[in-house]
Design a protein around this ligand. Structure first.
Ligand SMILES: [Zn+2]
Length: 288
C-alpha cells in the first residue's frame, strides 16, 4: 500500500475511534439519523457506544438531572438549525469527499487530477471553518474560548471538521433531560415510551424528588403519569408484570428477574378500568 493509502487508513481509524466511547451503565444517549428518526436509549450495562459516524444526524449524552424545559429545547434546536445550514451542508460535503469520493477515486483508479481533489477538499474545509465561527458566534456570542477551541480542532483535524455541525447541536442540547429532548425532537410514540420508562424508574423504587419533577413535566405536556405507569395489556398468557421495566411474566407472583427486589404486579386486561386500576396497582407495588 502506498504512503497515501496508509495516511488515509489512519484518518479513517481516527474517525471511527472518535465515534466510539466506553460508558458506564445508566448512560443515556440521544441519537438521530436522517431517515431513521430519533430515539433515547439507556445503557443497561457498561459498554462501548458507537456515536454518530456521519454528519447526517446527531448523537450525544443526556443528563438525568438535566433541565426539564421543552420550550427551551425547542428554542435552542430551532436556533441551531437556523444558524448552521451552511455549516451542516459543508460538513456533509466534506464527509462525502473524504469518505466516499476519495476511496472511489483510488479503489476504482478513476483518472482524477489529485491537485483538484485536494483543492476542492481545502476549499470545503475553509467553508467549514468560516461557517463554524459565524454560527457559534451567533449562538453563543459570549463563549469565545469555546469558539476558538472548536475552530482549533477543526483546523488540525479534518475529522473534527466533519462533525463541527454535530458539535454545535450537542453543545446546545446536552444539558437537558432526555424527556425534554424526546418531547421536542422525537415522535409522540418515542416520547411516550421515554416518559413511561422514566416515570416507572422514578416510582419503583420510589424517588419522591424525581417522581414530582417528572410527573409535573408530563402533566404540563398533556399526559397523565398515573395512566403511563399503569399496567400494560396482557400479551397472551401473561398474568403479571414488573412495574419498573414493564416486562410481562406468566407467573402469578414473584420478583422481576431484571430489577432487583421489585415485586410483580397483576396485569389488568380491561381497558375501562386501566386508569383507576393503574393507580392502585402502582401504589401497591411502591409499598412493597
Ligand atoms: Zn423489571
Amino acid at each position: 500500500m502506498s504512503t497515501w493509502g496508509w495516511i488515509y487508513l489512519l484518518l479513517l481509524g481516527i474517525h471511527v475511534g472518535m465515534c466510539l466511547a466506553w460508558k458506564p451503565s445508566g448512560t443515556v444517549l440521544y441519537r438521530s439519523h436522517v431517515g431513521e428518526g430519533c430515539g433515547i436509549a439507556m445503557l443497561e450495562r457498561r459498554g462501548l457506544l458507537l456515536l454518530n459516524l456521519t454528519p447526517f444526524g446527531a448523537s450525544f449524552l443526556c443528563l438525568l438531572d438535566g433541565h426539564l424545559k421543552a420550550g427551551e429545547v425547542r428554542r435552542l434546536h430551532q436556533a441551531v438549525l437556523g444558524h448552521t445550514r451552511m455549516l451542516r451542508a459543508a460538513c456533509a460535503t466534506l464527509f462525502t469527499q473524504l469518505f466516499l469520493l476519495v476511496p472511489l477515486v483510488f479503489l476504482l483508479k478513476i483518472p482524477a487530477p489529485l491537485p483538484w481533489l485536494v483543492l476542492a477538499g481545502l476549499a470545503n474545509l475553509v467553508l467549514v471553518w468560516v461557517s463554524l465561527w459565524r454560527a457559534h458566534r451567533r449562538l453563543h456570542p459570549d463563549r469565545k474560548a469555546e469558539r476558538l477551541t472548536l475552530l482549533f480542532f477543526s483546523v488540525v483535524s479534518p475529522v473534527d471538521a466533519v462533525h463541527a455541525g454535530d458539535a454545535l447541536l450537542r453543545k446546545a442540547l446536552e444539558g437537558f433531560h432526555p424527556l425534554a429532548l424526546a418531547r421536542v425532537l422525537c415522535t409522540e410514540q418515542a416520547y411516550l415510551a421515554c416518559a413511561q420508562r422514566q416515570l416507572r424508574q422514578a416510582r419503583f423504587p420510589f424517588s419522591e424528588e424525581d417522581w414530582i419533577r417528572l410527573s409535573r413535566f408530563v402533566r404540563e405536556e398533556g399526559g397523565d403519569p398515573e395512566v403511563l405507569t399503569g399496567p400494560p395489556q396482557s400479551r397472551g398468557g401473561t398474568r403479571t408484570f414488573c412495574p419498573r421495566c414493564a416486562q410481562q411474566y406468566v407467573l402469578e407472583t414473584g420478583v422481576c428477574a431484571d430489577c432487583r427486589g421489585i415485586s410483580l404486579v397483576k396485569l389488568i386486561s380491561s381497558p375501562d378500568g386501566a386508569g383507576h386500576a393503574a393507580s392502585r396497582t402502582a401504589d401497591k407495588g411502591r409499598d412493597l
